[in-house]
Design a protein around this ligand. Sequence first.
Ligand code: GLV
Ligand code: MN
Ligand code: MN
Ligand code: MN
Length: 400
Amino acid sequence: MSTATELLSAIKDVGTDSTRGGYSRHGYDTAELELREWFTAEAGNRGLDVEVDRNGNIWAWWGEPGPDALVTGSHLDSVPGGGAFDGPLGVVSGLAAVDMLQAKGFKPGRPLALMVFAEEEGGRFGVPCLGSRLLTGAIAAEQALALTDPAGDTLADVLRAAGLDPERVGKDEEALGRIGRFVELHVEQGRGLVDLATPVGVATSILAHGRWRFRFSGEGNHAGATPMGSRRDPMLPASQLVLSARWAASSMDGARATVGRLEPIPGGTNVIASAVDVWLDARAPNDGRTRTVVERITAAAKQAARDEGCEVTVTEESYGDAVHFDSALREEVAEAIGQAPGLPTGAGHDAGILAAHVPTAMLFVRNPTGVSHAPAEHAESGDCEAGVVALSKVLEKLAG
Ligand code: GLV
Ligand code: MN
Ligand code: MN
Ligand code: MN
């Protein structure tokens, strides 16, 4: 019988990030594959039957597979330099909850599975929740298979190398149809539970969320020999986009807009870039506000491009509308674990993708730093244990 903290400690050396600390584990890279193998072995040790679906998501069954199964899970990949908990906490809590239930002789009255979703953060191929989007058909197979990673490898290449058949990727009604209800446990990515002085909460909603790629094209030239008045420098409109993101989201209730990734081409100190790629992450409480924020940022960036004699193209790389979790399931979950506050979240999750298809709920575990997607993300051992106890009560009630 293992605690969540013991299980996290078993993987603490896998995929460590040498640039800012924390972890860089991306879909199907060496670290994530090692973690998938580790999970498969841990699930096997508990007598669970492990299978990988057509889209690379792992299922570990306690009893016969579906239908109307109760499923819990999360992801093992991270953002670049991410924390130890975003993703893995939900996975190890599932294993620890199974330990707890097996120790007390519980036998599921309906199929029960633990899941690991592939490439949740989109850190390699750019589209978040790739495994759950493929499973549910929220992204078309052809579009997904053509995605490329920074090394230029397509998802199709990478899946093939991992032993999966790209021809079979895409909406999987049969696999999805086995899920009766889905519950994801996750570290909280803000200070909600800290402020409430409570270790565990239940999610109420997720912001609408999209990612856009802007390519600004100008004229590559010499940093010293090109007079200031003769430049077409794409870094100028790119900078305007960064500033406009701050301005547009700050003036829209509940909105967030971020540029966390910007790539000058070719990227040289004494080189005026030929082009700059900028990725915008924008979120708001509903579709209308999200779209308005992105329109305002886009208009400002296009104006700045014209002023500098540059061109700009905009590509929507992913989008998902706001999610309001099933209120009946939320109540059942809250009842199972005793009083637990409801909390909205600005972060995206596979649970949010599944929520369009099956009743879905989320448990959050307190994060004393309130920081996430960075090495400072944290959860105390006692709170992780409270999360496992809560999850085991939910599994017992909903799969009993
Ligand atoms: C994923 O965690 C996201 O919300 O970006
Ligand atoms: Mn995340
Ligand atoms: Mn996550
Ligand atoms: Mn996420």
